[in-house]
Structure formats: C-alpha cells, structure tokens
Design a protein around this ligand. Structure first.
Ligand SMILES: [Zn+2]
Length: 262
C-alpha cells in the first residue's frame, strides 16, 4: 500500500530528474586563487561540491602539478569531498609548430592557441592522455572522471587515441559521450563565458541570457566556468544568475551518473 510520504517524494522528485552538470575548467597550481573563488560561487548556488573540475597537468609548460605538493593535497581534498576530476589536456596550449599554414592559422586564430589536441597525431595524443591520467589519478587516489580536450577541440589523432586511453567519459561543446563505446549520453550546447576580449565577453553574456530562457527544456544542462571569468564582474553576475536559474529546475549532478543511468 503506497504511503503518503512516498507519493509526496515522487511529486517532489519529478522535475529533479533533469540534471545540471557544472564544471570549473583549467584547474592547476597557476589558477588556484581564481579556482577558490569559483568553488565558493558554485558551492553557494549548488548546495555543496556538486560539480566537476578539469585539471591541466602542466599549464603552458609553466605550472607543473607534479612539482606542487601543496596543490596536489588541495586537489585530493576536493576529490575526497566528491568533486569529479577530469584530465584536461597536458599543456592546454598548442605547443607544436604547425607545418602547414592552414593548421597554423586555425590553431592560432580560432582557438587563441589553446587547442592542444587539435593537431596532435594519435601516438602523441595517446601518450599525453595516459600521462595525464596517471598523474591525476595518482594525486587524487581514485579513477579520473574522463578526458576533456582544451577548448573542447579534438583532432583525428585525439579521437583515435581516446578509444585506447580507457577514460570513462568525454565531452565537446555539443555532447557528452562514453569514451569506450562512443555512445552519446547528453546533448545540448554547454553554457560558458569568455573573458579574453570585450566582444567575446559581450557575446557570451548574450548567449547565457538566451540559454537561461531557452535551455530549460534540456534534460541535461551543462555550465562551464573558467579562471579568467573572475576578472570581470559582469561575467560573475551572469554565471551566478545562470546557476541560480537552473538550480531551480535541474538537480546538481555528477557526470558519472550519465553512464550509470543515461
Ligand atoms: Zn581549458
């Protein structure tokens, strides 16, 4: 015989079947202060550590995680609290010299040089993925949540390497997929902000406004923030408004749930 409390809990849970996946990109020793600020903002709106971090093993070749024991301890503590940790490239920046002019143009002008995995051959991509996975998993003492390429950009080499690197999950700007089977687990554009030019900032604010009005229909909403976002009040306000809006209709969730219960 169904009891009233069960009926009540079903009523309450229904809209909460929609998921909100939030993440902080570009986490590493060089971005620590900005990340701490973003952690505060996300925890306040999401009611706890219900979000993911994307860890860069050696941002621009200048901030090696391997050499920073204090930051390793901080990362492990975040992971112990339930924050999912993705491997996010190795250098983040595209450090290779592109032989052909078209690839050089694309890398430089379309990604501000941040598309590290766009031009890598599969052997190099696989080596960096495996090294990043081993480092991050050693630091946090558990399996990483998956791999996400810098700027969400994957070249052919990166896509081939992903099938061999034994990551659980992967995402780009438009979808989340199972890295071992290529099965798509969530669809819809990620809501994110840009701080590096006035024009990009303006268009990202406009998109976030549209997203707040239109993307409530999605069963999984993704929100991604970056350390640079803390440099502009307009971005922090927009991020806060967006988190607040979706936390009403979408339950702050973990990426891992997508595999367990697509
Ligand atoms: Zn990034």
């Amino acid at each position: 015989m169904p009891s009233p409390p069960q009926r009540l809990s079903q009523t309450v849970r229904k809209p909460q079947n929609k998921r909100l996946l939030a993440s902080i990109h570009d986490v590493g020793p060089g971005s620590e202060l900005a990340v701490l600020q973003l952690v505060d903002l996300l925890e306040r709106r999401l009611g706890g550590p219900n979000f993911a971090m994307l860890v860069v093993p050696d941002h621009w070749g200048r901030h090696p995680l391997k050499a920073d024991r204090a930051f390793q301890a901080r990362l492990r503590a975040w992971s112990d609290r339930g924050i999912e940790m993705f491997v996010h490239g190795w250098f983040h920046k595209d450090m290779t010299e592109h032989a052909d002019a078209a690839a050089r143009f694309k890398a430089k002008h379309m990604t501000a040089g941040e598309g590290e995995f766009l031009g890598l051959d599969d052997a190099t991509a696989l080596a960096r993925m495996l090294e990043g996975k081993a480092l991050v998993e050693d630091v946090i003492g558990r399996e990483s949540a998956g791999f996400i390429a810098p700027a969400w950009l994957y070249g052919e080499g990166a896509r081939t390497a992903l099938r061999k690197a034994d990551f659980a999950l992967c995402e780009d700007h438009w979808r989340v997929w199972d890295a071992s089977t290529d099965a798509v687990l969530a669809k819809g554009p990620v809501i994110t902000w840009a701080s590096r030019s006035t024009m990009r900032t303006a268009s990202s604010l406009a998109f976030a406004g549209l997203a707040r009005a239109a993307l409530g229909v999605l069963s999984t909403v993704r929100i991604a923030v970056h350390p640079g976002d803390v440099t502009k009040t307009s971005l922090l306000d927009s991020i806060d408004a967006t988190l607040k809006r979706f936390a009403v209709t979408h339950r702050p969730a973990r990426y891992a749930e997508l595999r367990a219960n697509p």
